[in-house]
Design a protein around this ligand. Structure first.
Ligand SMILES: [Zn+2]
Length: 386
């Protein structure tokens, strides 16, 4: 369906935007242009939609459960025992809630890692979003798939906006041989690898004791790292490791709220930016955030970057790029920016909202001042989801 987005603010000008076949056909359509559907966007600005590159959607069910504990206690005493009891239907409903929350907060894509993935995939289809759904591999978790079952990925055909990934949980939950086998399975089938990496100081210490080296060096030594890897967190990564990540073309998903809430530490923004690694943003699951709001994630990231004294570190423009374009690029989507020919993913933000006024700088208002109540419409693949 063609959509004409009328009177919307783009680069400080009011324009009419024509969306055709899921793409931005014309960003300055002539007066009198007609389309099957018209969206009156007077008083709104158009901005790129969010790509959440690390989450566990169905963990909406665990929101507010086991709060205020460090990562190892939280996982071992709260999360894993709770997850043992989840049914496939629970996970479907948790994913449905997550999709609703993500759309209402401007997100059109998420990179997931969870269990019993069929229900999550159905809910993504129903919601009209995009997603990469990770098949979670873990050594000691009742819901994790067997290596046998993980091979379903060989027969999987992407359906439009939905793809599968191989998701070995972390180096402390998956042994060396399975990590190697996971990488092989992903690469033989052209899939992404999704893993938690160097999230806590404890992970690094335990890795040093067990392998004699640090997590990034360990994964590199077994041939795991490559441009198909999405590594979540990377909080405790030294300069040389950042260079390794850059050289291998790894994408890093920075999850500031989760890192702060679990006491994991401050992401090394200076090193990450200097290394040239592609950095993206993720919310992580709802039990360590406790929501899936990517706009909030941008603000927290930009503030956390500055907290050690450099107010120029991680500008509003750069953090918006991490949350939008970088995420789209990491997953090979021809989207993430508002430009002719690109896939039409966008949020329309109300400038009438007091949090958006005065508008000296739209991106600054969006990152530092707004909240999701400013979002009027969300568009994914040329379809209006909100
Ligand atoms: Zn996670």
């Amino acid at each position: 369906m063609d959509i004409l987005i009328k009177n919307v603010l783009l680069n400080n000008r009011k324009v009419n935007i024509l969306v055709r076949n899921g793409r931005f056909e014309c960003l300055d359509a002539a007066p009198g242009t007609v389309a099957e559907k018209e969206l009156d966007a007077d008083g709104c600005a158009v901005l790129p939609a969010f790509y959440n590159t690390h989450t566990h959607a169905a963990m909406t069910l665990l929101r507010g459960y086991g709060d205020d504990n460090p990562l190892n206690v939280w996982l071992q005493e709260y999360v894993w025992p709770y997850e043992d009891k989840l049914t496939a239907e629970d996970i479907r409903r948790g994913s449905e809630m997550a999709c609703r929350e993500m759309i209402s907060t401007g997100t059109v894509f998420f990179n997931d890692m969870y269990f019993d993935i069929d229900g999550t995939m159905d809910e993504v289809d129903k919601a009209g979003m995009r997603a990469s759904i990770g098949i979670t591999i873990m050594d000691n978790h009742s819901k994790a798939v067997s290596d046998e079952k993980a091979r379903i990925i060989r027969d999987w055909k992407d359906r439009g906006n939905l793809t599968l990934a191989v998701a070995p949980h972390a180096i402390y939950t998956v042994g060396r041989e399975r990590l190697i086998a996971s990488a092989r399975l992903a690469r033989e089938n052209g899939r992404k690898l999704h893993i938690h990496l160097s999230e806590t100081a404890k992970e690094v210490q335990d890795c040093l004791v067990q392998t004699g080296t640090t997590p990034v060096r360990y994964l590199d030594s077994i041939g795991f790292l490559g441009p198909d890897v999405i590594a979540a967190h990377c909080v405790h990564v030294d300069k040389e490791e950042w260079d390794i990540l850059a050289e291998r073309g790894v994408t890093v998903s920075h999850c500031p709220c989760s890192n702060m809430k679990l006491g994991s530490g401050r992401f090394p923004y200076e090193l990450a930016i200097a290394s040239g690694v592609r950095v993206t943003l993720g919310t992580d699951g709802s039990s360590s955030n406790n929501n899936l709001d990517m706009r909030e994630e941008m603000k927290v990231a930009a503030l956390l970057a500055k907290v050690t004294g450099d107010a120029s570190l991680l500008s509003a423009n750069l953090v918006l790029q991490w949350a939008t374009r970088n995420g789209a690029e990491a997953f090979g989507y021809d989207s993430g920016v508002i430009a002719e020919g690109k896939l039409a993913d966008a949020v329309l933000v109300s400038l009438d909202n007091p949090k958006m006024q005065p508008c000296h700088n739209l991106v600054s208002n969006w990152v530092y001042s707004a909240d999701s109540s400013c979002i009027k419409h969300v568009i994914c693949n040329g379809k209006v989801l909100l």
